[in-house]
Each structure stands twice: as structure tokens, then as C-alpha cells.
Design a protein around this ligand. Structure first.
Ligand SMILES: O=C(O)CCC(=O)C(=O)O
Ligand SMILES: [Mn+2]
Length: 196
């Protein structure tokens, strides 16, 4: 398993392009069916709008998560999610009690610039992001220093990106729309949320 450290100021990114490449097709097929996908809606300037993707929140009972006017109650771990979580535990000794799944159905689906800096994630959260399906670009920009260059990572199937340290405090990330013809892309971000 090859991990590379992506050298950025004010953040901590570790990436394995080939982490579980061979399991990824099977996981994608199973999760596509097993997960109860939802159309989340968020409020922007007083208007409720559909998020441009499907999503789902799974985890231990009580692992509540709120972002952008949404409050999510976790669904119970499925067999495939437990398998992925066990594989993650072989790689990284951190507790993860929940996972946010995003399904980008085609090139029109996306996620806007944001940091994962909600209160529930605590200070300097460790977020493990697993990609399945077609590759997608993830862009990063520094939140306050315009001298620091933007960059993008290509997240291919079976890859694992770990965001840690002050990454969420100093950086934002996005998944832009693309005009390329792309198939479905699935992302799982394992997180540890604390209770109130
Ligand atoms: O699809 C991705 O890699 C981005 C997901 C993300 O940023 C999130 O769920 O907070
Ligand atoms: Mn994020």
C-alpha cells in the first residue's frame, strides 16, 4: 500500500491512489443497492434547494451531524459499510463512528467550496475519504492566504485520502461539475462526531 504525503502549508494530507483498488468495483455495486440514498435540501438565501448529488448518513446510534441547515440522524451500519470500516481500521488507528456518503450521478453533480469544520467534528478532525467508481477531481484552496496556490487531486476508484491536522481550518475543498462524460462516482467520508 503506497501512501504519499501531499506537501501543503497549514494542512496534513495523506493519499493512497491504490488503497483498495481491487475491492472497489464490488463495494461500489453493493453500496449502490444497499444504501438508502436521499435527496438532501439546504437553505440558501432563504430558499430551499436540492443538493446537486444524492447523499446518506450512516453510523453509530447518536452520531448526529448538522451542516448547512440540515440535521442528520444516522442509519444503522450496513454489511458493506462495516467491511469498508474494518479495512480502514487496518490502515489507520483512529475511531470513526459515522460516514457521509455522496453519489455524483453524472458530470452535473458537484459539491461547492467548504471546509468540514462543524462543531461536532471537534478541533483538527481526521477525515478518511474513500472513492469508488469513475475518477473525480477534488480542488483545494487556502482560506486566507492568496499567495498559496490552489491545487487538485484526481481521486480514482479504491483510493484513500486522509485529511488531518489543520486542513479544515486553513483549506476549503470542492468537487466541481465537469463537461466530460463520466459515470457514477461514489464518495465515503468516515468521520468521528462527538455528542452535545
Ligand atoms: O466527494 C468528495 O470527495 C467530497 C466530499 C466532501 O467534501 C464531504 O462530504 O464533505
Ligand atoms: Mn468536505
Amino acid at each position: 500500500m503506497n501512501f504519499e504525503i501531499i506537501d501543503i502549508p497549514d494542512g496534513d494530507l495523506t493519499f493512497s491512489r491504490t488503497w483498495r483498488e481491487s475491492e472497489s468495483v464490488d463495494w461500489m455495486e453493493r453500496l449502490r443497492k444497499e444504501i438508502e440514498w436521499e435527496q438532501h435540501r439546504i437553505k440558501i438565501f432563504g430558499q430551499w434547494v436540492d443538493c446537486p448529488r444524492l447523499s446518506a448518513w450512516y453510523g453509530d446510534p447518536g452520531a448526529m451531524y448538522s451542516y448547512s441547515s440540515l440535521s442528520l440522524t444516522p442509519k444503522a451500519w450496513t454489511p458493506t459499510l462495516l467491511e469498508v470500516r474494518n479495512q480502514l481500521a487496518e490502515t489507520i488507528e483512529r475511531p470513526f463512528n459515522s460516514v457521509l456518503l455522496n453519489l455524483y450521478r453524472n458530470g452535473n453533480d458537484s459539491m461547492g467550496w467548504h471546509s468540514d469544520d462543524e462543531w461536532e467534528l471537534g478541533l483538527n478532525p481526521v477525515i478518511a475519504s474513500i472513492s469508488l467508481g469513475d475518477s473525480r477531481m477534488m480542488k483545494f484552496r487556502h482560506r486566507s492566504d492568496p499567495e498559496v496556490s490552489k491545487f487538485a487531486l484526481e481521486l480514482s476508484t479504491g483510493s484513500l485520502l486522509i485529511m488531518a491536522g489543520t486542513t479544515q481550518k486553513f483549506w476549503q475543498h470542492e468537487i466541481p461539475k465537469t463537461k466530460k462524460s463520466v459515470g457514477e462516482r461514489l464518495n465515503l467520508t468516515f468521520r468521528f462526531v462527538q455528542g452535545r
